[in-house]
Write a protein that binds this ligand. Sequence first.
Ligand code: BDR
Ligand code: CA
Length: 322
Amino acid sequence: MTRAVLIDCDPGIDDMMALLTACASPELELRGVTTVGGNVGIERTTRNARSVLALAGRGDVPVAAGAKRSLVRAVARHDSAHGDDGLGGIELPVPDGRPDRRPAAEFLAAAVEASTEPVALFAVGPLTNVALFYATYPDIAATLDRLVVMGGSIGPGNITPAAEFNVWFDPEAAYRVLAEPDVAVPTTLVPLDVTRRTGLGEADLARLAAAGPIGGYAARALGGYRHGAGPAIPVHDAVAVLSVMHPELMTVRRATVQVETGLGPGRGATLVDLRPEAAPAEGVDATPVDVGVVPTVDVVVDADSRAVVEALLDRVTRLDRR
Ligand code: BDR
Ligand code: CA
């Protein structure tokens, strides 16, 4: 059985891996991609999403651009770990055609409303578009099958000691989606603690490169990722996509998630409350805050990292064998 999915992203090298993984997975029917400013500006993330889909032979998947900045406080310019072009300098061809004309939130609403099956949404960039979608179209958003977010951390951050990049870039949006959502949507959080441990080594890159031109682009992009997380190259966003297809490789705990929106050094931190007594009882999870309950989120707290990398390689190398 295939699962209808949408991906909101800011490519981004690991976003590229998430898109390639989705395109290579027969279990997923990719209905559309929306883009957000984050790793690089919105023009670049949109162009990159379209280029990556074209590379994967899925130039038919519509791409709609969304927010170019965060909801409340724009972040200062930052040097992207993904390079100026967002893809480690690999120079993918620019595809023909144009992005969808609708803004991302409108596109998401239309795609979810038009679907006869439940749709899952992956959010692997700052949560600005998702917050706008929830705020503008709550009745449609409420029909989402699941939201799967790559973001936040239980322990230390990456962009600051306290904050993971996607949440740091737009903490108010993350707060709106994770801590005080407009709608009750079952939500999974795939935090940095797990994704930074799930990385590709030299032999994995060689395997990708040997697969053919698509794997070659992926390997070169990953080689240009200035992630600073140790010798293995993390594929954060692809782990979120794989978490849906390989739940057996993940350990999930229910928690409430608060987001620090203050302006001090903790801005963008996520407070993941894993205390058993903190989670509301079964049946009241994902309850919108207007009844006074912080919703519970399914937090991936551990993963079989090597098996996740193997699953990724197995899938992405298929794109060159088709
Ligand atoms: C997240 O931040 C971005 O740089 C990556 O694409 C990923 O979504 C990891 O913290
Ligand atoms: Ca991303």
